[in-house]
Ligand binder design. Structure first.
Ligand SMILES: Nc1ncnc2c1ncn2[C@@H]1O[C@H](COP(=O)(O)OP(=O)(O)O)[C@@H](O)[C@H]1O
Ligand SMILES: [Mg+2]
Length: 367
């Protein structure tokens, strides 16, 4: 194996980026590293600073402090700045605006400055074939569907073989039915081209589908980084759980490293006696049992004690059903999802059990 140190240098490294607008830090100490061939999704709610981060990396906006490195070379800090067009970065935004007066071929060729005419033409043809648009090579943008235009924009951004691809909500203008297919095609093309990809999105499903690594952003900061599986199954706080799905919350107070709830004791190691905690779990981790003459299933070590609730409403969502219960113990509402169709009538009593290994215990938020 070749162990030259350069191979370990990340393609893109961002160190401690800060950007302030009107006294507010909209990007607050963001650091990231992305390797060639790796897709990182910057995921967070609208307004959390994703686009601002991307624009600073692209060089179309200046940071207040922090550094940007590409292949181990400084590209931008507060004194030194490589201009955007020399950063070898491909850009793709939500409104990817093709040039309306240029053909598909000329749109894709637009950023190609190197090589002979024949070489440039070959690259255009290669990419258009790759995005299945060969037969539209001489068409103009207005002759294409939204999905086809999106693929032209992708080909145009990739044509000069950028070291880094920055994509800001590139699929959000597309209609839902098209999106999954285009996402998958885009991902395989990005992988073939071996760019380091930073893709911004506010949609968790998109990030789960596209990312090798997710950087979860909130209020200007990256609060968690990791493979999609890890971010989903080991969230750092209640808001991180809630960003990916509906949540249920039980409130409890710790006593002897245990939090006592109507569903039995939960382990709360490390919390001093008297700490208020939130026990957070997703609706998919609630098990339901029918009521038999006022009785539910027996308690188990893995699932604890069942608690009874009454169906408030049930809705079919396509691949699963969502059932809401009003709980007997305090009248609060808990949600459960069940695969396929399960639509019990309102007023029906049922027993809920929670999968212990899928619960998260966090300090209660004092609001
Ligand atoms: N040029 C600007 N001047 C002032 N405020 C801005 C400017 N650009 C963005 N903002 C503010 O910075 C915050 C982050 O914006 P943005 O990076 O676009 O978020 P996101 O892409 O995550 O939705 C928002 O509150 C936005 O209103
Ligand atoms: Mg944005």
């Amino acid at each position: 194996m070749n162990m030259t140190p350069e191979l370990d240098v990340p393609r893109l490294e961002v160190r401690n980026l800060v950007r302030t607008y009107e006294g507010r830090r909209v990007v607050d100490d963001v650091s990231l590293t992305i390797k060639a061939g790796q897709v990182m999704c910057l995921l967070g709610p609208s307004g959390c600073g994703k686009s601002t981060t991307l624009r600073m990396i692209a060089g179309i906006e200046m940071q207040d402090s922090g550094e940007i490195w590409v292949d181990g070379k400084l590209v931008c800090d507060t004194r030194y700045r490589v201009p955007p067009e020399r950063r070898e970065i491909g850009l793709m935004f939500q409104d990817f605006a093709l040039f309306p007066h240029l053909s598909v071929a000329d749109n894709v060729a637009f950023g190609l400055r190197h090589g002979s005419k024949a070489e440039r033409r070959a690259r255009v043809e290669q990419l258009l074939e790759r995005v299945h648009l060969t037969r539209h090579i001489d068409d103009y943008p207005h002759q294409l569907s939204g999905g086809e235009q999106q693929r032209v924009a992708l080909a145009r951004a990739l044509a000069p073989r950028p070291k880094i691809m920055l994509m800001d909500e590139p699929f959000s203008g597309l209609d839902n039915r098209l999106r999954d297919g285009i996402r998958d095609d885009t991902l395989s093309l990005l992988k073939e081209e071996n760019a380091a990809v930073l893709l911004v999105t506010h949609e968790p499903e998109e990030a789960m589908r596209m990312a090798d690594e997710i950087a979860l952003m909130r209020a200007g900061r990256i609060v968690q980084r990791g493979a999609p599986y890890n971010v989903y199954t080991r969230p750092v706080d209640k808001a991180a759980v809630a960003f990916f799905s509906d949540i249920n919350v039980l409130q409890a107070t710790v006593n002897g490293a245990l939090a006592d709830t109507p569903f039995g004791h939960f382990l709360a190691p490390g919390y001093p006696d008297g700490t208020d905690v939130d026990i957070v779990f997703r609706p998919q981790h609630v098990r339901l049992d029918f009521d038999r003459n006022g009785k539910g299933p027996l308690p188990t070590a893995s699932d604890g004690v069942p608690a009874r609730g009454v169906v408030q409403r049930a809705r079919f969502l396509g691949h699963e059903s969502l059932v809401e219960f009003r709980m007997d113990y305090d009248g609060s509402i808990l949600k459960a999802t069940v695969p396929n169709v399960f639509l019990p009538e309102p007023g029906r009593p049922m027993w809920l059990t929670i999968r212990r290994d899928r619960c998260f215990v966090f300090p209660a938020q004092t609001s």
